[in-house]
Design a protein around this ligand. Sequence first.
Ligand code: URA
Length: 247
Amino acid sequence: MERLQKYIARCGIASRRKAEQLILEGRVKVNGKVVTEMGIKVSENDIVTVDDVQIEALEKKYFVMNKPRYLITSTTDDKGRDTVISILPKSYQEYRLFPVGRLDYDTKGVLLLTNDGEFMNLLVGPQSQIEKEYLVRVKGIVTKQALKKLASGVKIDNYVTRKCKTYLESIDRKNDSSLVGIILQEGKYHQIKKMFSALGYEVKRLTRIRFGNITIDTLKEGEVRELKIHEVKTLRVLAMKGQTEKK
Ligand code: URA
C-alpha cells in the first residue's frame, strides 16, 4: 500500500506535488469514488483514475551505471549541467529513473538508478548498513596509523564516523601519492573527502568500486545495465540485514 499522491507520481502522470493538486481539485477517483483527502493509501489492485482515465504504475526498474566524473547525481540541474539521468539513452527516459544516493560531481564509479522509491529508501536510508567500497587516490603517503584512525572513526563536522574498513592498495613514492581502499556502511555528505581532510590528506580522485554486491564489471564509463532479479534481491537482503542486526 502507498499514499495516493505517491502512487499517482509513480504512474508518471505528475510530480507528487502536482498529484496532490489533482486530488484537491477532485480529479482523482479510487474505485469509482472521488477522493479529495490526502491520507488514503492504495495498492496496485485499486482502480485509480485521473480525469476518468485509468492510470497504471510504471514497471519497477533497477540499473547500475558506471558514472563518469563531472556529472551531477540528480535528475535535473538548475544550472543546466549534465546529470546522470540526462546522459541515459532516450528510451530510458520513460522509466523516470532517479539515482540511489549521491556521488560527488567529480566522483566516478558504481551508481544505482531506479524508479522504486521504497527500494531507494531501504538502501540509502539512515538504517541501511549496506557496504560501499571506494578507491581513494590521496596526495601524500598514507601511514598505517592514519588507516587505523580512519577505520576506527574520525570527527567530521560535529559527527564521529562509524567504524569502517581500510586497506592500502599501493604507494607511488615518485608522485608522492597513495591509493587507499575504504569500505563504509554509511554515506554522509562528502564523507570520504572530509575523513581524509580531518587527518590532513587531500583526496585527488575518488572511485566507488562496489555498492553491496554490485561492481562495475565490464561497464564502460557512462554505460548502464539492468540489474538481474537476483542482484536486486541480494541488495534488499544486504540492506535489511544491517537493519535486523542493529535491533
Ligand atoms: N564520499 C565523498 O566524499 N564523495 C563521494 O562522492 C562519495 C563518498
